[in-house]
Every structure is written in C-alpha cells, then in structure tokens.
Design a protein around this ligand. Structure first.
Ligand SMILES: Nc1ncnc2c1ncn2[C@@H]1O[C@H](COP(=O)(O)OP(=O)(O)OP(=O)(O)O)[C@@H](O)[C@H]1O
Ligand SMILES: [Mg+2]
Length: 514
C-alpha cells in the first residue's frame, strides 16, 4: 500500500482532465483507495487532490462479445495472453487547492499530463487540511495516511456542529468520542461545559465509576440527571417561554398572564418566597381586570401543564450546577414518553443556558441534542414545537456568546433547515436514503455528487467532515472510544434471554411457595 511520499503514478490525459476541477492518474506503483489524497508538484506549486474514485481497466476485457467467446466452457483462451499485464488502475481525483510557499490557493490551472503523482505526505495533509496538532480534539484517523484527525475546538464548536447519518451508522459512538476529548482537555487549552440531551439514555456510563483497567473513568467529571428528578421553578419561567408552552394563547391573554406573574414576582421579592402554579391559579382567580373566560382558559392550560409533573417553586438542579468547564451533564430523557415534556425540558435548559451565557454567568458551552429532529422539526404541527425556536435562536446567535449547539439526527430531512444551515461544521456518516442524501447535498457545503456517492458506501464508524473545522472535506475513521459501554443497552438476544430467565425464576419461586 502506498503510504509514504513515494511516486505512485502519472497524470493522464482524459476526457475532462487534467483541469482545475478534475484530474485522472494512472497508478503504476502500489495502490490507492477512495478518500485518499495525492500531491503533484508543478509550476503553480504543490497541488493536493482527493481521490474520489478508483477504476480498474483492461483492454482485453473491453469487448463483451470477445470476452464471452474466449471464456466459453473450456476454452480458457485468456490464459494464453498476458492479460494481467494490461490491467490499469486509474484514480479519479478532485483537485482541492494548490499549496505555494505556505499559502493555499484555489486550483485554477492544471498540471500537465505526464506530471508525477505522489501519495500526499503526512505533513502536507496536516497543514493543508488545517488540523490542530498541538491541542485539537482527536476524533480519528485518515485511513491509509496515518494522519490523526485533530480538530481545533473553536473551529469545530463555535459555529455549531451537526452529526448526520442513518440509524446505526455510528453517530452516538462518535459523540462519545467527542465527549471524551472534551472531558480530557487541559485547562490551559480552554474547556467547554457540555450538556447532553440524552434521548435514549446512552451516555449514562460516563457518570459511572469504572472497575476495570481497560476503560477510562469519567465519573468525576460527569453528572447524570434523570428527567424524573428535574423540577422547573415557575418563577424562573419567562413569559415568552410560558407563552410557548401554551398553544393558542392570544396576545391579550398573554398580557393578562404576564400581569399576574409580575405581581407574584414582586411579592416574591417583597419576601413572600417563590411561587408555584397553585399560586398562579389563585392569583388569576383574584384578578379583577381579567375576563371570566380568560380566567377559565388560563386555568385550564395551567392544569394541563401541572399534569406533566415538571414544575415547582424552584429549579432542581440549578442552572449554574449544570455547566462547568470541562464537565459533562447528561440529562436522561429516556424515561419520558410525552414528547411535549421532553421538548419543555430541552427548551427550558437551552433558553436558560443561553441567557446565562449572554450575561457571562456560565462558561462557554455546547448543548448536544440527540434526535434533534424531534426538538427542532422542519415542519411543525399546529401546536408548534416548544424547543424549535430556542434551538434556532442559539444556532443563529449563539456563536457571538460562546453558546454552541450540536445537533444529532438520523432524519436530516425532518430537521429544521434554519438550524442545520447555521451549523458551520457537518460530520456525515453513512446515509443511503436518497431523500436524505439530496438534502445533505443541498445543506452541506462542499459536497458534490461524487462525494455523495462516497457517503453511501461508508462503513459503520467512517465519516466525512466538511465545513468550518477543516479547510477541505476529509474522510476519516472514527477512533475507538475508551469510555465503558453502556450497561443499560442490551442486544436483542440478551434482552430475550433475560426475559425468559426472569420468568423461569418467578415460576420457580411460585412453585417453592406452593
Ligand atoms: N467507530 C466505531 N468503532 C466501533 N464500533 C462502532 C463505531 N461506530 C459505531 N459502532 C458500533 O455500531 C453500532 C451503532 O452505533 P451507534 O449507536 O453510534 O449508531 P447511531 O448512528 O447512533 O444509531 P441511531 O441512529 O440508531 O442512534 C454500535 O453497536 C456501536 O458500538
Ligand atoms: Mg444514536
């Protein structure tokens, strides 16, 4: 395999190249793989190209009718010819840019046919792709080049990140790797606070102590919060958020509600202490300006919110506990069935964290949202999506304040276009659904048809990264994680076995009892 900086081929003259955007290479020493990079030194500097396809050709096998004749039972005529000597390997490449005295220029002029081609050297790539060798987050490796994909934290998170792929392609695994890197980061390199909205309870193992030597223990840096433990303090709800929680609240009703809440807030400051929804209901009933129908409507809505068992007088846990530099907070939403309740939790924390960050009361952070299409859907039902607005707001404005968002989804088509197009970096793992692919092509910069073809053939744990974090699209293999596997996630076989064993045990106990 060609890995070093040896010469492996020559630029050939083909139908559409060499041109500044397409260039084919015949390989005569070693092999090249799709996704690798090559370099060519010529008059303009050093051109770096991405191998988008590798094609084998052979004159002897071009003519269908003669191949059929020759191969017919028993003839084996090809054995008499030096067919293998006529096999060629042609790499189709896309020139990315030209490297000249430390500067990268756009490719505007091609090398000549006959120019010598080398496998891109490690140093060329590291520099060319804009990797941060010293303090970057190490997500994996560019296969066949031995280059570690170390990404600069600011470039990766400042303008938000989207991780998109079909189910089972390795999104959550990649998120685990990303979390490990964030938690292991040195203080002097600048650390973010991280909050994961964990839709399936997959990240709990971060907060659990490790008993073996094989895995890294992140428990001292991670905090696990179960959704059932969460309480949102009613006095902390802004009127805007409250209005978002109540579908169909009219402007006059909103004003009425705001007046009541304002009064309660004032009483609280005067020493009466925090209030809950019961107090709000009582205050509404007492209000002399409000129409009777408005009272009934508001009370009805508040009662339906109370049924979510989410609201109280104070916040638990408090917002400032949730986000600390170099710390991870996992909000486990897996026990919550009601989508509205999940959305309220995400919306509330996202809003609060954003406001706190704007006031510089909490460190810069990133909120990782699994199943992001549930929280920021593209098409919204009549009731609206409570969390969509705040997710879009952070996506649009967060970068100025160091409030980041990381959206994970297996249905990019259903994810808010506003949110996704604000994500400066996209990491895409395997996707095969044509609608999703089309959508990705439209929303991710630097992805052309050839790249789309490559995305469909990725294996689990292989990804392409495009956007702010790298100078050019890079295919890479996600590294192995070191956090222990989630003990709460079982294979289908294990779950089936567990079910039967429990049942047998129960039966035995019953027998013993009788
Ligand atoms: N880089 C990797 N190395 C080794 N195994 C991996 C890698 N990425 C994913 N896997 C394995 O593949 C399986 C699916 O991965 P994962 O759960 O991350 O997929 P996903 O994209 O999050 O799927 P879903 O959309 O269903 O949440 C897991 O068993 C995981 O351990
Ligand atoms: Mg997942």
């Amino acid at each position: 395999m060609a890995a070093g900086n040896e010469e492996i081929g020559t630029v050939i003259s083909s139908i559409d190249g060499p041109s500044p955007s397409a260039l084919d290479v015949v390989i005569y020493a070693g092999i090249l793989h799709r996704g690798q990079f090559v370099e060519i030194d010529y008059s303009e500097g050093r051109m770096v190209c991405l191998v988008t396809d590798v094609v084998k050709t052979n004159r002897y096998f071009e003519r269908v009718e003669s191949v059929k004749e020759f191969e017919r039972a028993g003839k084996k005529l090809f054995e008499q010819f030096p067919t293998s000597e006529w096999e060629y390997l042609v790499a189709k490449t896309r020139p990315l840019g030209v490297y000249d005295k430390g500067l990268v220029k756009r490719s505007t002029f091609p090398p000549s046919p006959g120019a010598k081609v080398k496998v891109a050297a490690k140093e060329t790539l590291e520099d060319f792709l804009g990797l941060d060798l010293e303090k970057g987050l190490m997500l994996g490796e560019i296969e066949h080049h031995g280059v570690s994909v170390k990404l600069n934290l600011s470039r990766l998170f400042q303008k938000h990140l989207a991780i998109l792929a079909m189910s089972g392609a390795g999104k959550s695994y990649l998120v685990s790797v990303l979390l490990e890197e964030l938690l292991e980061r040195k203080k002097e390199h600048g650390r973010l606070g991280v909050i994961v909205m964990d839709a399936h309870g997959e990240y709990r193992s971060f907060a659990e102590p490790v008993s073996d030597k094989k895995h890294t223990d992140f428990s001292s840096k991670s905090r696990f919060v179960r959704a059932s433990e969460i309480q949102i303090g009613v006095p902390k709800l802004s009127i805007g958020l409250l209005a978002a929680l109540i579908p169909g609240l009219s402007a006059p009703q909103k004003r009425d509600l705001a007046r009541v809440i304002e009064r309660l807030r004032k009483e609280m400051k005067d020493g009466l202490g925090p209030f809950d929804f019961n107090a709000v209901k009582a205050e509404i009933m007492k209000d002399s300006e409000m129409k009777e129908v408005t009272k009934m409507a508001l009370i009805g809505w508040i009662m339906s919110l109370e049924q979510l068992h989410l609201f109280g007088k104070t916040d638990a846990p408090s917002i400032s506990d949730l986000v600390k530099p170099g710390q991870l907070t996992i909000i486990d939403l897996s026990d919550v069935i009601d989508l509205k309740k999940k959305q309220i939790i995400v919306a509330y924390y996202a809003r609060k964290l954003f406001d706190e960050r704007r006031a510089k009361r909490v460190p810069p952070f990133s909120i990782v949202v699994e199943e992001a299409h549930q929280f920021a859907p593209e098409r919204v039902s009549k009731e609206g999506s409570i969390s969509k607005h705040v997710i879009e707001t952070i996506a649009r404005e967060g970068r100025k304040f160091g409030a980041g968002i990381c959206l994970i989804s297996q249905r990019p088509v259903n994810l808010s276009t506003t949110a996704i197009s604000q994500c400066g970096t996209h990491i895409i793992l395997r996707v095969t659904n044509p609608y999703d692919l089309d959508h990705i092509k439209q929303t991710s910069e630097g992805i052309d048809q050839r790249t789309v073809d490559m995305i469909t053939s990725l294996r689990t744990g292989e990804a392409i990264i495009v956007g702010e974090a790298v100078n050019y699209p890079v295919f890479f293999k996600v590294r192995k994680k070191t956090v222990q596997d989630s003990r709460h996630e079982k294979s289908l076989e294990a779950s089936a076995l567990e079910f039967e064993e429990n049942r047998e045990e129960a039966r035995k106990e019953l027998d013993d009892l009788l």
